[in-house]
Design a protein around this ligand. Structure first.
Ligand SMILES: NC(=O)c1ccc[n+]([C@@H]2O[C@H](COP(=O)([O-])OP(=O)(O)OC[C@H]3O[C@@H](n4cnc5c(N)ncnc54)[C@H](OP(=O)(O)O)[C@@H]3O)[C@@H](O)[C@H]2O)c1
Length: 409
């Protein structure tokens, strides 16, 4: 009898069930590439009474030690939530000599490097495509590009819940709380939405991306994390009058001697590649020195898109990954010299602490200001006006003259 590739599945929720079903429905194609049948031999859950498996040969257990006892176990797939016990389970699996695939971004953001080092020592591989932007093959794309291209910047809309809320607040002219409740009813937002709406989920994914692209995490002092819960209907309407849309965007950039990571709401003009990314869609944009700009868009979460990422990882597990990154000798420009723009809401000019070196300060209407200047001066302005609603504008935005603005406003 032909031997099989034996898999243990940790977690049998949205992702776990998607992986289980896809292995059944796509068995023939997977077997064609791997040369052997792929079999789920065990499923680990927290509450065993909630679950039933139609195949009685598959072990259903709530005890991880049962999984570790399985002889000839080849792969462990992690589809559970949170840093622990996921980290311990994956570490133990690697030590047992199993390849692993994980969808658990929070765990991987904090322990990814340690797991990759351990896996290299044990001569096994770790797949983590599903941790960032669900069905979009961003990790594989970055790996292919990184061989010769130098990646200078990665941007993304990588939290579908935030994008869904911002899209619906704008399109339906509704307040944040009402759209959040609707997202929770539709299953797009968790009962406890903090991770999504305050930018933690996007930050976990940014940390995973930073590790892949730059080989390290940004220092804590170079991380900005802001969520979307402070954005009001009025701000959205004011921005729309200027042709701008709020989007929650992650930006990772290599600067002179550090990695800058910004996870925050920004205002995009229609020249920006993310302008038309609406609802739960995700997008990731990569800037690289040879190819230029590439933008990938697609489903960032959900049962089958995430299962797709896990299954594609399964096929890549047996390839050798080169984790060594060439030292980048190139001198990078001083980003502080770049010119940027910001929009400021709900303020009076005499309440703002103005930095003299700003190039332009315009009041567009009662309480709404536009400022322009060198990024270094804008950063100083933001620091001196801590707590004020200030949003970056991106995508070649041209301010209409004030007369035109008065006409649309
Ligand atoms: N949902 C998505 O679209 C998506 C996309 C990308 C990545 N992810 C990541 O994938 C992972 C799974 O997400 P999900 O949406 O599938 O979650 P989910 O529906 O809540 O399912 C989680 C599963 O893990 C099991 N579990 C939780 N704690 C456990 C423990 N201590 N021991 C054993 N089993 C445990 C649960 O068991 P019970 O069923 O018995 O409670 C459940 O079956 C998360 O890390 C998530 O961040 C999800």
């Amino acid at each position: 009898m032909m031997s099989s590739i034996n898999i243990a599945l940790l977690g049998f929720g949205t992702v776990g069930k998607g992986v289980f079903e896809t292995i059944e429905t796509h068995q023939e194609r997977i077997q064609y590439y791997l040369g052997k049948p792929v079999k789920i031999v065990a499923v680990l859950v927290k509450n065993i009474t909630k679950h039933h498996l139609s195949d009685s040969e598959v072990l259903l257990t709530d005890n991880f030690e049962d999984v570790m006892q399985i002889p000839n176990l080849d792969i462990v797939i992690d589809a559970i939530c949170g840093k622990e016990p996921g980290f311990t389970y994956i570490k133990r699996s690697i030590e047992k000599g199993c390849h692993v695939v994980t969808a658990n971004k929070e765990m991987f953001a904090f322990h990814g490097q340690e797991l990759l080092s351990l896996a290299a020592k044990q001569h096994v591989s770790v797949g983590f495509e599903a941790t960032v932007a669900g069905g979009i093959p961003i990790i594989q794309t970055l790996r292919s590009l990184l061989k010769v291209n130098r990646i200078t910047k990665v941007e993304g809309i990588i939290n579908g819940t935030s994008n869904y809320i911002l899209t619906n607040m704008r399109e339906q002219d509704l307040p944040f709380e009402q759209v959040l409740a609707d997202a929770q009813n539709k299953g797009y937002a968790e009962a406890n939405p903090t991770n999504d709406i305050e930018g933690f989920d996007a930050l976990y994914k940014a940390l995973v991306l930073s590790q892949v692209v730059f080989g390290e995490h940004p220092e804590e002092e170079n991380i900005i994390r802001k969520g979307i819960s402070q954005i009001t209907q009025e701000q959205i309407e004011n921005a729309a009058n200027l042709g701008l849309k709020f989007k929650h965007v992650v930006k990772l950039e290599k600067q002179e001697n550090h990695i800058q990571c910004k996870v925050q709401p920004v205002l995009l003009s229609n020249a920006h590649p993310f302008y038309s990314i609406e609802g739960v869609q995700n997008a990731v944009s990569i800037n690289a020195d040879i190819v230029g700009n590439i933008t990938l868009t697609g489903p960032g979460a959900g049962k089958l898109p995430t299962a797709s990422a896990v299954i594609e990882d399964l096929l890549h597990l047996f390839e050798k990954h080169d984790s060594v990154r060439l030292h980048d000798e190139r001198q990078l420009e001083d980003q502080g010299e770049e010119v940027g723009q910001r929009l400021i809401f709900n303020q009076r000019l005499d309440h703002l602490c103005i930095v003299d070196s700003l190039e332009e300060v315009e009041q567009l209407q009662e309480g709404v200001f536009y400022i322009k200047g060198r990024e270094a001066d804008l950063t100083r302005f933001e620091q001196e006006n801590d707590g004020v609603a200030i949003y970056p504008i991106e995508g070649n935005f041209q301010l209409l003259n004030k007369q035109q603005y008065a006409n649309i406003g």
